[in-house]
Ligand binder design. Structure first.
Ligand code: ATP
Ligand code: MG
Length: 461
């Protein structure tokens, strides 16, 4: 139980509260008692000294006179006073009960040897203070004045104070318990919620979220929620991806089945029909192989980064080879490709294969959408810190609202048209992944040529 944060907070606060209260209580009680005693002692000494002066003037003593002075003074001061001669014999007593008795003890002998003294003493557990001062006459001790005063009022006052302090202490402890329980709850509540959230997440309950509190725990909870949200999104995109990929594979496979079965069932199909069917089957197989190639590219680029440094090469050469590969397609589509790459080599470090497939996909799209008689323009520019490859076309362009979606996997602006042309909606996802892998970006914009503009940036190195 004491291993829990909650009980540790509680225990620490309680220990602190008890130590502080007890320490303060003890010190203030001792100080109060000391002050009272000092004040009382000074008062008794003052009385004793005044009376010693009076008695010194009355020497030689007439016992009746001394008794009356001692009685009057004692009654008016509210203390018991005794006048002693040099032997310690009681000459006069305010209460008259000790007359002629012989007093001994440390304060008396100290006074009779010329030195005033005070002592605290208990008579049947009742505290009293004894004070004695010498009666001096021309430098010699001629007797002593002895005062005995009760201290029970001081003890009562100190006890009262102690009781109030105890009461206050208990009240403080109760408040401390309540406060530290609230604090412990405030601190451990979010931690417990968070650890529950982590357990839920570990049990693949991906919708687990934590209500953020304040301060550092709030930051931690928000970070956890962000992470959980990302995991949930990743998980759902993984599911969607598997579903989409299976769907994309299912369609051409169904076509192949539909094309092949009649050939098996037909009794005497003529060669031309067989050829036509086989051509369609090959087209579907090409679609599947295109798709599997795209999937492999994507898996390679979205996997953990390979720690190869990559090669150094001229980007212009890479782009020219992409143009060359697509030239036939451009000719067929009656699209003119213009390049503006400057005269100086643009050397970059990276993975040529993945960059080639990135630019191939963007250019392939541009050619496909540019329209008959249209133009595709590729230009390479250097800015102060990046290399920019801009690909413009004269096609229909991309509506503003689709400019992010087109980079999603399997997204096609016009599914019917893309399916006909064999598109799987993976090209731009692959292209962007390749550029991100190189520390770059890929975005779609409006082109001054009227169609779409794709801007790829790569860091200068
Ligand atoms: N230059 C462009 N002009 C107009 N629309 C474009 C252009 N490039 C891409 N798009 C739109 O973006 C969508 C996604 O393109 P993407 O290249 O990812 O897939 P795809 O071309 O359909 O298939 P593939 O996987 O074969 O490339 C396209 O379906 C199209 O709607
Ligand atoms: Mg494409």
């Amino acid at each position: 139980m004491f291993y829990s944060l909650r009980s540790r907070i509680l225990l620490t606060h309680l220990t602190l509260a008890v130590l502080i209260l007890a320490g303060f209580g003890y010190i203030s009680l001792r100080t109060l008692e000391g002050t009272y005693m000092k004040e009382r002692q000074v008062r008794y000494f003052t009385h004793a000294n005044i009376l010693a002066g009076v008695l010194s003037d009355m020497l030689p003593w007439h016992e009746a006179e001394v008794r009356s002075v001692v009685r009057d003074y004692g009654n008016s001061a509210g203390v018991r006073i005794l006048a002693l001669d040099t032997t310690g014999r009681v000459v006069a007593d305010t209460f008259d009960t000790l007359s002629d008795h012989l007093l001994t003890g440390s304060v008396v002998s100290s006074a009779l040897s010329g030195q005033g003294a005070a002592i605290k003493h208990y008579i049947d557990s009742m505290p009293v203070m004894y004070v004695a001062v010498p009666v001096l006459h021309k430098g010699s001790v001629r007797g002593a004045v002895f005062i005995s005063g009760r201290l029970d009022d001081i003890e009562r006052a100190v006890n009262d104070y102690r009781r109030s302090w105890l009461l206050l202490g208990v009240a403080c402890l109760v408040v401390a318990v309540v406060f530290s329980a609230a604090l412990a709850q405030a601190v451990t509540g979010p931690i417990r919620a968070l650890s529950q959230g982590v357990k839920d997440l570990a049990k693949t309950r991906l919708s687990a979220r934590v209500k953020p509190s304040w301060g550092e725990m709030g930051d931690l909870a928000r970070a956890f929620n962000d992470m959980a949200q990302k995991i949930e999104r990743l998980d759902s995109s993984r599911r969607a991806f598997v579903a989409d990929a299976s769907h994309e594979l299912k369609t051409p496979l169904a076509s192949i089945k539909a094309l092949a079965e009649p050939l098996i069932d037909a009794d005497h199909p003529d060669v031309e029909t067989i050829r036509e069917f086989l051509r369609s089957i090959v087209a579907e197989v090409n679609r599947i192989s295109h798709l599997s190639g795209q999937l492999l590219d994507l898996a390679r680029m979205e996997g953990p980064p390979t720690h190869q440094d990559g090669a150094r090469f001229d980007l212009r050469e890479l782009l020219s080879s992409v143009v060359q590969r697509l030239q036939t397609a451009a000719n067929t589509a009656d699209v003119h490709i213009k390049t503006e790459m400057g005269d100086t080599p643009v050397i970059i470090t990276g993975h040529p294969d993945s960059l080639e497939s990135a630019f191939y996909n963007v250019l392939d799209n541009a050619i496909r959408y540019a329209g008959r008689g249209g133009t595709v323009q590729i230009s390479v520019r250097r800015t102060s810190h990046v290399i920019e490859v801009v690909i413009d076309d004269t096609g229909p362009g991309i509506p503003e609202c689709q400019r992010e979606q087109i980079f999603e996997r399997f997204y096609r602006g016009d599914p019917g048209r893309s399916r006909k042309t064999g598109g799987s909606g993976l090209g731009l996802a692959i292209a962007r992944a390749a550029l991100i892998l190189h520390g770059g970006t890929l975005v779609a914009k409006d082109s001054p040529l009227g169609g779409a503009r794709f801007v790829a940036t790569l860091p200068q190195n």
